[in-house]
Design a protein. Structure first.
Length: 84
């Protein structure tokens, strides 16, 4: 399964995208990603801290942490964006 990071999530993860084993739920994926990546944003936020603020899309559909990843191909991690 592919995970795509945007903005602060990309900065903290240190990569724009990565392929990971598929856990059962989005919540399990978030926990795993937050524990594996040790980088930070320029402001010092860890990936776990950034992910706590993110919106997630599973194959393009907004999803919450209880969502199943059974046949998911892609998860997008979208932190809050500033601007207008």
């Amino acid at each position: 399964m592919d995970v795509h990071y945007f903005a602060a999530a990309r900065a903290a993860a240190g990569v724009a995208t990565e392929q990971v084993p598929r856990p059962a739920t989005l919540g399990e994926l978030i926990a795993d990603l937050g524990s594996r990546h040790k980088g930070t944003t320029q402001g010092g936020m860890s990936l776990a801290e950034v992910l706590a603020r993110c919106t997630f899309l599973i194959d393009g559909a907004r999803s919450d942490t209880s969502a199943s990843l059974g046949s998911a191909q892609r998860v997008d991690c979208l932190p809050p964006f500033a601007g207008g």
